[in-house]
Design a protein around this ligand. Structure first.
Ligand SMILES: C[S@@+](CC[C@H](N)C(=O)[O-])C[C@H]1O[C@@H](n2cnc3c(N)ncnc32)[C@H](O)[C@@H]1O
Length: 479
C-alpha cells in the first residue's frame, strides 16, 4: 500500500442534505400489472428451501415472470424466498435465460399439447441443467419431478418422461436444435437478424459473447488510489486482478467474480462495480475542475460518481424514477461525494432548469440494453423488434431537450449501452442533420476500440473485455 493507504477503512461519512433526492412531479410508465402474476404471491410450499426441488420450482416461477414481462432482476429482488436459496435460484435462472431458445425448442418438440407456463418453465430450467451437466442426472430428474408433484401433481409423469427421454436421446435432441436459429443462438429471431444485418462479419461472435459470463470489473476511486495500488492491495486477500488501461485508467478486472460485500474497500468507497466500456464516458466527456456538469439520465449513478471521483465539479444528476434515484444517493454517500439529485423527467426542462447553461452534459439515454446481455440475459426475451422505434423516439427527444442546456463551446456526450445503430449512429445523424449549431467532435481515444463510428461491440479478450456501448460527442457552436 502507499503511504496514504488509499484503500484502508476510514471514518464513516455523514451524509449531507445534498445527497437526498428532491422530488418533483414524475411521469413513470404504469405497467398493466393486473394482466401478470403478482410477484408478492409467488410461493413454493411444502418443500425445504435447501432442496433442489424448491430451487427448481422457484426458478420456474421467476422465469415464468420474465415471460410475462418482468425483468429477472426485479423478480429476483421482489419475490420472497427461503433463506439461502437465492444464490442457486439465481444461477438456475441466469442459465435458463441463456439457453431459453434451445430448451423451449426441445419442450415444443417433445409434447403435442404445450403444458401451462409454469410447467414449461420448469421443463426449460431442468433441461438446461441436464444439458449443462451441472448436477447428477439422477438427482436432477428426481428433484424436478418432486417440484412438479408439489406444484402440479398431475404433471409428474410428463416431467419424468420428458427429462428421461432427453437423457436417452441427448445427441439427437442437440443436433435437432442446431437446425433452428433461435435454438442455436438463444436470441429471438428479430435480434439475430438485426445483429446479422448490422455486423455481417462479426454477428456470430457478438451473439456468442452475449451468452458468456461477464467479467467482474471494478472502478477504483481515483481519490483513493490507482488501479495498480488496488491490484496489489487485494493480493493480500488472495484476489487476482488486472488493469484495463486501454479503456480506463481506473478499471480493474477480477480473475474470479466475488460478492460485492466481500470486495476489499467497497463498503468505504475505495471501489465500485462498473464495466470498463462504461468507464470510458468520464474521459470522453472531457471534464475539468470547476465546470458545471449535468448527468441527464443518472441512476444508479455509476457515471455520475466516476466523474466526481476524478474532478471537482458542480454536478446535477437527473433521474425520473424515484427508487432508482435513491440508488444515486446511496452511491454518492458510500463514495463520500456530492451532487444535486433531481427526481424529474429530464424532458420537462421548465421544471428543473434555471437556464444557466452547463459546460458538460452527459446523456446516457434509456435504450434496449442490447450491449449488456451478458449481465442481463433476460433482456433479449423481454424486448420486441418494434421497441427500437419507440426507444429511438425517446432518445431523440431527450437529445433535443438536453441540447438546449449546453453552453456555447460546451460538450454533450450521448451514449447508450446498445449495439443497434437505430439507438446510436442513426439518432446522432438525424440530430446533426436538423441542428445547425451542433458539431460532432472527434474522439481519438475511441478510435482503436470502435467498430463503426462511436460503436463498441462486446469484446472478450485478455486486454479488452467490455460490454457494448455507443458514444458520440457534440459541441455547440452558437446559440
Ligand atoms: C442507462 S440508465 C443510466 C445509467 C447511469 N448513467 C449510470 O451510469 O449508472 C438510464 C436512466 O435514465 C432514466 N430515465 C429514462 N428516461 C428519463 C427521463 N426522461 N428523465 C430522466 N431520467 C430518465 C432511467 O430511469 C434510467 O435510470
Amino acid at each position: 500500500m502507499t503511504q496514504s493507504q488509499p484503500h484502508k477503512k476510514r471514518p464513516q461519512h455523514h451524509s449531507s442534505a445534498r445527497h437526498r433526492p428532491r422530488t418533483a412531479p414524475q411521469h413513470i410508465k404504469q405497467t398493466a400489472t393486473h394482466e401478470r402474476m403478482r410477484l408478492e404471491d409467488v410461493r413454493v410450499y411444502n418443500l425445504a428451501g435447501t432442496s433442489l426441488a424448491y430451487q427448481l420450482a422457484m426458478a420456474a416461477h421467476i422465469v415464468m415472470a420474465v415471460q410475462q414481462g418482468y425483468s429477472m432482476q426485479h423478480a429476483l429482488t421482489v419475490v420472497d424466498m427461503a433463506d439461502g436459496a437465492r444464490p442457486n435460484v439465481q444461477r438456475l435462472c441466469f442459465e435458463a435465460m441463456r439457453h431459453w431458445g434451445t430448451s423451449q425448442f426441445w419442450v415444443k418438440r417433445a409434447v403435442s399439447n404445450l403444458p401451462g407456463p409454469w410447467l414449461q418453465a420448469l421443463l426449460s430450467v431442468s433441461l438446461t441443467q441436464l444439458a449443462l451437466e451441472q448436477e447428477s442426472e439422477f438427482v436432477l430428474v428426481d428433484q424436478a419431478v418432486e417440484a412438479a408433484i408439489n406444484m402440479k401433481p398431475h404433471a409428474k409423469g410428463l416431467v419424468n418422461a420428458i427429462l428421461r427421454r432427453f437423457l436417452r436421446e441427448r445427441e439427437a435432441w442437440q443436433a435437432d436444435a442446431l437446425t433452428d436459429e433461435v435454438a442455436t443462438w438463444n436470441y429471438p429471431q428479430w435480434w439475430i437478424d438485426a445483429v446479422k444485418r448490422n455486423y455481417p462479419n462479426d454477428w456470430q461472435s457478438i451473439l456468442s459473447i452475449g451468452n458468456t459470463h461477464p467479467p467482474m470489473t471494478l472502478r477504483v476511486n481515483a481519490r483513493r488510489g490507482t488501479a495498480d495500488e488496488y491490484i496489489d492491495y487485494i493480493k493480500e486477500d488472495g484476489l487476482i486482478a488486472q488493469g484495463m488501461p486501454t479503456l480506463s485508467a481506473q478499471a480493474v478486472v477480477l480473475s474470479q467474480p466475488c460478492g460485492v460485500a466481500d470486495l476489499p474497500a467497497f463498503a468505504d468507497g475505495g471501489v465500485s462495480v462498473q464495466d470498463a466500456g462504461a468507464q470510458i464516458a468520464a474521459d470522453l466527456l472531457d471534464v475539468h475542475d470547476g465546470m458545471r456538469v449535468l448527468d441527464a439520465c443518472a441512476a444508479p449513478g455509476g457515471k455520475t460518481c466516476h466523474i466526481l471521483e476524478r474532478y471537482d465539479v458542480q454536478l446535477t444528476a437527473i433521474e425520473k424514477d424515484e427508487a432508482r434515484a435513491a440508488r444515486i444517493a446511496d452511491n454518492l454517500h458510500r463514495l463520500d461525494l456530492e451532487a444535486d439529485i433531481l427526481v424529474v423527467d429530464a424532458n420537462n426542462a421548465h421544471q428543473w432548469w434555471n437556464r444557466e447553461a452547463f459546460d458538460r452534459v452527459l446523456l446516457d439515454a434509456p435504450c434496449s440494453a442490447s450491449g449488456i446481455v451478458r449481465r442481463h440475459p433476460d433482456i433479449r426475451w423481454l424486448r420486441e423488434a418494434n421497441d427500437l422505434e419507440g426507444l429511438a423516439r425517446q432518445q431523440a427527444q431527450l437529445l433535443r431537450t438536453m441540447w438546449k442546456t449546453v453552453a456555447v463551446g460546451g460538450r454533450l456526450l450521448y451514449c447508450t449501452c446498445s449495439i443497434f445503430p437505430e439507438e446510436g449512429e442513426q439518432v446522432i445523424a438525424a440530430f446533426l442533420a436538423h441542428t445547425p449549431n451542433a458539431q460532432r467532435l472527434e474522439l481519438p481515444a475511441l478510435q482503436p476500440l470502435q467498430h463503426g463510428e462511436g460503436q463498441l461491440i462486446p469484446t472478450q479478450t485478455e486486454t479488452r473485455n467490455h460490454d457494448g456501448f455507443y458514444y458520440a460527442a457534440l459541441t455547440k457552436t452558437s446559440n
